[in-house]
Write a protein that binds this ligand. Structure first.
Ligand code: PLP
Length: 426
């Protein structure tokens, strides 16, 4: 088919089915345009986007400042590789390290690459600084984790679908329950060879599990006491999604706009970012750490052809500017409270929704059916018909994560759509 002909949804889906690997199971809706909190399908129907590309599009679709920076840089210089210097990377590195309060950044492209980078960095630090015997380092991870799709990362996943028949697996990981500091203490003190603790401040893919208020602070203290690196994967929770710049927050220079308000305020030793650091415009990820850790990496020991390219640098600076300029953390916090209050009120009298949980604008509704049922999927289909796009995370949990540029009127409109749709299933 010529690209000039207008394609129907059915035709677009048929093409993906025929020519693309079947590694996803998308909701049947074919999008061709986005602006702010809205997306449109090829037939012209308008929807609220309540997934935001898994929290990559926090700044809203096609934000003019981000797209403008991307176009300008794309017309000037796109890629030099790291074989040479370029005039954007250093500027970006200064910008992002100041923004998050770390000495250094290692730029990559995807979230999974950034997680891999953090694991390599942690292991190298363990051998060269902590003095763990070679090949003996152990990294503690949590049950229910999601850190990406590479062979090493799925080696420590609990998700059988993500793991099965992809072995042999990478060794060197210890799995403990999430939100369990006793289990962490036991694991951390079980051996002298513990190098790091990798954790999501909120488990997004698992179904938006928010740990106890003091979990992260206690976990960080245990790491510090045992000379173990606290590694925060904020690929999904970061960049204002949960109502603060980071879900753990840190010694960032965001001028306290994120209100250092809870006991969970901690500084990770290694911070992993991805998704929304580009506002969804371009694949950009980053690993941040201080010199004592980052300086163990020397030339030739890690890298990526596209990591830190000039377009990525320009896009990420624009996208992080937008977070501050438009007070997205504050907006996410305020609207998130409204969302949970209104949905929570509905849940009290509902027999289809049992619970709403989350932080900022990363929330989930638990559906009153089994993990294996298709009720949550069917609700997402009905939401689609009613003009709102969301996706189940696990069988019976639906995640709700709109772009953070949403206003209150739009949110109230969305809450009405969600409640109306859930009522159809009572
Ligand atoms: C999405 C995600 C990743 C992986 O990012 P990709 O860009 O898909 O590789 C890693 N960690 C968390 C917490 C994520 O949500």
């Amino acid at each position: 088919m010529s690209v000039l002909e207008k394609m129907s949804s059915a035709e677009a889906i048929a093409l993906e089915n025929k020519y693309g690997a079947h590694n996803y199971h998308p909701l049947p809706v074919v999008l061709s345009r986005g602006e702010g909190v809205y997306v449109w399908d090829v037939e012209g129907k308008k929807y609220y986007d309540f997934l935001s590309a898994y929290s990559a599009v926090n700044q809203g679709h096609c934000h003019p400042k981000i797209v403008g920076a991307m176009v300008e840089q794309a017309q000037t210089l796109t890629l030099t590789s790291r074989a040479f210097y370029n005039d954007k990377l250093g500027v970006y590195e200064e910008y992002i390290t100041n923004y998050f309060g770390f000495d250094k950044v290692l730029p990559m492209n995807t979230g999974a690459e950034a997680v891999e980078t953090a694991l390599k960095l942690c292991r190298k630090w363990a051998y060269e600084k902590k003095g763990i015997p070679e090949n003996e380092a152990q990294i503690i991870v949590c049950d229910g984790n999601f850190h990406g799709r590479t062979t090493t990362i799925i080696s420590f996943s609990n998700d059988e679908n993500a793991r099965k028949n992809f072995g042999p697996y990478t060794a060197g990981f210890i799995k403990i329950p999430y939100d369990d500091t006793d289990a962490l203490e036991k694991a951390i003190t079980s051996s002298k060879n513990i190098a790091g603790f990798l954790v999501e401040p909120i488990q997004g893919e698992a179904g938006v599990y928010v740990p106890a208020d003091d979990y992260l602070a206690k976990a960080k203290a245990l790491c510090e006491a045992n000379n173990v690196l606290f590694i925060a994967d904020e690929v999904q929770t970061g960049i204002a999604r949960t109502g603060s710049l980071l879900a753990v927050c840190g010694n960032c220079t965001c001028e306290n706009k994120c209100e250092k308000q809870t006991t969970s305020y901690v500084t990770p030793d290694i911070l992993i970012l991805g998704k929304a650091i580009s506002g969804g415009a371009y694949p950009v990820s980053a690993v941040l750490a201080n010199d004592a850790i980052m300086n163990v990496i020397k030339p030739g020991q890690h890298g990526s052809t596209f990591g830190g390219n000039p377009v990525a640098a320009a896009v990420a600076m624009a996208a992080l500017d937008v977070v501050n300029d438009e007070h997205l953390a504050q907006n996410a916090r305020r609207l998130g409270k409204i969302f949970r209050a209104k949905i929570g009120e509905y849940v009290l009298s509902s027999n289809i929704a049992t619970l709403v949980r989350g932080k900022g604008l990363l929330n989930a509704i638990v559906i009153n059916d089994t993990e294996e049922s298709d009720t949550a999927w069917n609700i997402c289909m009905a939401l689609r018909d009613n003009g709102l796009l969301a996706k189940p995370t696990h069988g019976n949990i639906i995640r709700f994560a709109p772009p953070l540029v949403m206003n209150e009127e739009q949110l109230l409109d969305c809450i009405a759509i969600i409640i109306k749709t859930l009522r159809q299933f009572e």
